[in-house]
Design a protein around this ligand. Sequence first.
Ligand SMILES: [Ca+2]
Ligand SMILES: [Ca+2]
Ligand SMILES: [Ca+2]
Length: 853
Amino acid sequence: MPGQQGAERAVQTFPGRRQPGAGRLIAAGRRYQQLPAGLESLKIVPRQADTVQSAHLGPGRLDHGDTLRHQLADRDRHRQRSQRGNQEKLRPKTERMNKGKKGHYRIRAVNEACAHLATTLFHIFDARPFSDNRRSTTTRANRITAPHGQTDYHPDHLSRMHPPGGSVPITPSCRTALASLLLAAWTGAVHSQAPADSALPDATAGRLRLEAKLKGMGIGTDKPFSMPASIDSARQIKRALQDTERPARQTLVDGLVIRFRAAEIQALSARNMSPPDELVTRLNSIAGGKLRFQRAMAMGFHVFRFAAPLSAIEAGAILTEIRKLPEIEQASEDFRSTRTFTPNDPGFSRQWNLASPILYKGGINLPSSWDMSTGSTGTVVAVLDTGITAHSEFQSRLLPGYDFISDPRFSNDGNGRDADPSDPGDWTVDHECGPGVPGTDSSWHGTHVAGILAASGNNGSGIAGIDWQARILPVRVLGKCGGSVSDIIDGLLWAVGLDVPGAPANPTPARVVNMSLGGWSPGGCTYAYEEALNRVRSTGALIVAAAGNNDDEAANYVPAACDGVMTVGAVDHDGYRASYSNYSLVYNVSVSAPGGDISYYGTQGAGIYSTLNSGTKWPVASTYGYYQGTSMAAPHVAGIAALALAKDPEISPELLYFSIYLSSHDFPADSLCSSTAQTYLLCGSGIVDAYQTLLTVLALQPYLLVTEYYNVDIRHYFRTGARSDSAFILAGNAGNGWRDTYDYFFAWRDGSSGAQPVCRFYGKGPNSHFYTADARECEAVKGFEGWAYEGIAFYMKVPTNGICPAGSVPVHRLYNNRFAYNDSNHRFTTDMTVVGQMMQAGWLYEGIKMCGA
Ligand SMILES: [Ca+2]
Ligand SMILES: [Ca+2]
Ligand SMILES: [Ca+2]
């Protein structure tokens, strides 16, 4: 029987996909089941599950001589004719179709009832494995699985079916015909399935292609490609160097900043006067005669200088002694500072984390970028954390937010969820968070994170944040003893404007979400997190998460291990991985940012200085202080993302990610994380760099990243450069079955640089999209019945005689040649590998039709 021949051929053509003894059933692209032994594959594609008219067989080799004829079931004949007429203009070579009764599969020598049944069958079932008897034409269905929890159908059930409108007896000949039809559909499906299978989305390959493309555009060219030597060699090197990873630091400390306990001495500072001579003398003797008073400083501090800069270790030793004095309230190093655009916030001198990498390898290069942007009030950044306390550094830019802690035992505000995300404190007493767990003072963690991100700069007080204009959306998810994943996920979804039961709609969805939190998860990203993060990404938001503070593989922590999250490790001021920071041998850390390393240096000044509250339990007064952690590193990245969005609110999340990723500066050459080490990417691509990121974002501004989606159910490729389209598809609003193919190309955003508008058309019949940069073709297709003009998709250059203008990238057009089955599809790609795959799968190559950036 012809169908069986087709089956054999198909198996030979695609041997790689055959599982001996157990084939794979792909039913409507979404249901995966094991097939009985001897059956490789079957795909039945109902166009819409709810109407008989839309029942549709997978196209391919259905026309097997006299065995059976397949008639399109879902056409209004008039529309079909006119559409074909139009199609033929586009595609002169078309297959002739048999005509049959509308709404029926015509099966020769089988009665109408059977034909009706065939239609019904295809309508009802989207999954039906059956065995093929290769010895005869009496192949028969032996098991039919009905979707939606309906009964399973066994061979005997085929003797009587119950289509709508009454029961129909099935004769043996009808049964044979139906089985043949199924088999034919199957063989057809094996062929038509090929393009989809060969183009199964591969996110990693897609990202690497995008990275290569950006490098080709001159972005991140100083970086090695994101493909390190091997995980094995990385592991060995990691083990071998574990103890020697941190060479002696050469950081020099200029002096110390000290606040004395006595109110009258702080008052002297406020009057710009020195502390009493006897205290200065005592400090100097502790410092071996090297310490001199320099000047008074804000907030009651006094600044001291060493005669010559000391190493961090020498300075640390002196600090330790000085801190023992009862007169001292606070003392820390004064690291060397820069003067590019130095904001007048008095605490800025402690913010090594924002400095140029020339001064501190671990700095994120802010002073220069503030000349370009200090942010925009249009940018909303969500801080998923312990809530927020009042602080003049960001109070005016706080959005209402929400408190998602559902358990009053941990919320510490006397109730469950509520509309007030203010942080009442998260102090605990001994054993409160578990046996043996000591109590702690309130952390004001969310306040510290918010300050790093968005404290007002150049306002003459306190510190400078990274983005001075962005609005902060406080989402409270962490209380006493941490937070539950369920609360965190609810908060995450709400932050970007998605629905959360019981919570009011979020009127100010965030474009950046900072998650300075994480939990141990030996299996990596959990299903719930993965799904939530996919939904969040579909809104176009960038998710920034801390890698974790466990000096461990980040793949074991969530959300750090989750795909698509910008996971941030921590470095110290020299740019070495912080002693506590998680790393990743499997590339789960995206980038590093300053988290400080108080643990290693033993001095507060090695930490990150930001906004805090002075209360040990409940909030008392706003203040400032040092913390260390990947929690502090993450908001540096979120802040840079916010600055970038201020420069270009239209940038896609993918490009935003890569702009930050490829703009990072390198770790010290002797660091295991360095781009010259075989363990490159252990700590991500580098230390984030605000200035370089902004330059990258500006360089990309004329362009649009065009993404491609493929629907496995209806085998339909769709390209768009609009974030709203992507969000619509990825949120499931365009139906099921859509996948990102990660096959990107660049277009122009407008008609500058000589780019021409690309017309987008939608053909309702074949459910297909068509694009053209050719103005004449655009006008012609506008006249075709059945094709709706959907506007200008993006701008591309036009090839002349198949040759693209200099500097532009050829975009190839392919056609699936399935017009006969009303399944016309075009695919556009710049990737010759994809071109080859599609041609191997039977698609027709149509040449270079437009030229991208
Ligand atoms: Ca509450
Ligand atoms: Ca509350
Ligand atoms: Ca400030």
